[in-house]
Write a protein that binds this ligand. Structure first.
Ligand SMILES: Nc1ncnc2c1ncn2[C@@H]1O[C@H](COP(=O)(O)OP(=O)(O)OP(=O)(O)O)[C@@H](O)[C@H]1O
Ligand SMILES: C[C@@](O)(CCOP(=O)(O)O)CC(=O)O
Length: 460
């Protein structure tokens, strides 16, 4: 008889790329990424089936959203092709709503598990995904109990994202929960360097496959390792492992994850990143629900066409980004509250980002965000702010003194804030600007107590 597996829960943090957007796509450069205290949690338990009924089924639910149930059948494929998963129809009348991140992470993780314990049958499981509130601009309804997790009461696809990296945190926590559930601790332990390295490699591979492109991977790296200075892996690492169901996929994935044939050249430096005790990060969401498509492509095209111009700006930006990281660490170590130099670092970075926007024709720091950042930067206690990551109209980040009156002043300023008509480009409509209830967090992925989810995993 197969051993009864115990329930497990894993969470991973969201992210903000404070400095190094676009540059981090190139291994010549680095990104300064902070993990956030908004987490995606994944809870997994054996699926209760009627006595004598043997199913190869895994059920995944996002109980905070409507119609967010996905059921999968799974089977071992021939030719060491790994585990293929097939989405099952919940009921004959329902349309098949796919979730590429869940589906891909499931088949990658099950394939790795089956290659690690080849003669074990994978038992059915029930998985719940539970997200902290600030991943979505959607106003959430308070849940009936005292649970910190809220009910969004809309289909997942209708919730506006705030850009905190839900898919990377999801894929990392989901993969971690599956490995922790099915593999013995001797083969996978989230608390060891080897465990985290394998989880990182597997999650990066699955996340890239689900996205259909290989980005820099800073979001998955920070979901695993938390805040860090990040240098990407060479894209060639992910070029030849194939797809689930194709010849030798299982073998190739195992060696990719365990680095037996390919070496991942990712560089994670945690000691280069810190936030001084007297400061914190704040994120302000503009809820306009739009992001200019193709920004990355356009910036890279500009860099290709104008290598000299781009090289100069990127070289200078890298220097300033390094300066920002160094100043944060210096302030943190010295316990100093003298923020003039930090203010200067942020102002220089913003000026260079605007120069890059202008030269590439890509609204990385659009006029509306310039105005928002300028307004916030004038509030006493606000050291400065930037458009993080790819920029555009996602939430902006501020570095502020960690004092209740400063936070109150920011909230008040945001409540009154409107785009000045003179700079309103008309490209987007900025909704209500609000402060998200998140701040930086140093820790990455972690095991959670499965009992904390209460009603969210019972009876859903
Ligand atoms: N609570 C959830 N339950 C299930 N799937 C989710 C959940 N939250 C996010 N996802 C998955 O992640 C996808 C959103 O990922 P996407 O990469 O577009 O955005 P993001 O990672 O939040 O933001 P960004 O990349 O801008 O930081 C959704 O379409 C869905 O597949
Ligand atoms: C533009 C880029 O460097 C950062 C994108 O960051 P974000 O998704 O906007 O947080 C792309 C990448 O690193 O994959």
């Amino acid at each position: 008889m197969a051993a009864v597996l115990s329930r497990k829960a894993v969470s991973a943090p969201g992210k903000v790329l404070l400095a190094g957007g676009y540059l981090v796509l190139d291994r010549e450069h680095t990104g300064l990424v902070f993990g956030l205290d908004a987490r995606i949690h994944v809870h997994i338990e054996p699926l209760q089936t009627s006595q004598g009924v043997v199913l190869s089924e895994i059920i995944v639910k996002s109980p905070q959203f409507l119609e967010a149930n996905w059921e999968y059948g799974y089977r071992l494929t021939e030719g060491e092709g790994g585990i293929a998963v097939t989405q099952l129809r919940v009921s004959a009348d329902d349309p098949l709503l796919r979730n590429a991140f869940v589906e891909t992470a499931l088949s990658y993780a099950l394939t790795y598990i089956s290659s690690s314990v080849p003669h074990h049958l994978i038992q059915p499981a029930s998985i719940s995904i539970i997200a902290d509130t600030d991943y979505y601009s959607q106003p959430a309804k308070r849940s009936v109990s005292s649970s910190r997790f809220l009910n969004f009461d809309v289909p997942l696809w209708d919730a506006h994202k705030t850009g905190l990296g839900s898919s990377a945190a999801l894929v990392t926590a989901f993969t971690g929960a599956l490995l922790a559930h099915y593999l013995p601790k001797s083969q996978f332990d989230l608390t060891t360097d080897t465990g985290r390295q394998r989880l990182h490699n597997l999650s990066q591979a699955a996340h890239c496959a689900a996205q259909g492109k290989v980005g820099s991977g800073f979001d998955v790296a920070s979901a695993v390792y938390g805040s860090c200075l990040y240098k990407r892996f060479s894209p060639s690492v992910l070029q030849s492992h194939g797809e689930p169901g194709t010849l030798l996929f299982s073998k190739k994935l195992k060696s990719l994850v365990e680095e037996t044939s390919v070496k991942w050249d990712t560089e994670i430096v945690k000691s280069a990143v810190d936030i001084p005790k007297g400061l914190r990060l704040v994120m302000c969401d503009v809820d306009c629900g739009s992001k200019t498509p193709g920004m990355v492509k356009k910036v890279l095209q500009w860099r290709k066409e104008k290598p000299e111009e781009a090289g100069k700006i990127w070289g200078e930006l890298q220097k300033r980004n390094d300066g920002l990281a160094a100043e944060l660490v210096r302030l943190s170590k010295s316990n100093s509250t003298e923020y003039a130099e930090l203010r200067e670092c942020i102002a220089k970075i913003r000026a260079l980002i605007r120069e890059m926007s202008e030269a590439s024709g890509v609204p990385i720091e659009p006029e509306e965000q310039t105005q928002l950042l300028d307004t916030c930067s004038r509030i006493p206690g606000v050291v400065g702010g930037v458009v993080p990551g790819a920029g555009g109209y996602d939430a902006v980040s501020l570095l502020v003194e960690n004092k209740p009156d400063v936070i109150e002043s920011i909230k008040k300023a945001l409540a009154d804030w409107k785009v000045n008509e003179k700079v309103d480009t008309g490209a987007v409509t900025i909704g209500k600007v609000s402060m998200l209830d998140v701040r930086e967090e140093m820790e990455g992925v972690r095991l959670e107590d499965p009992a904390i989810y209460g009603e969210w995993v019972e009876g859903h």
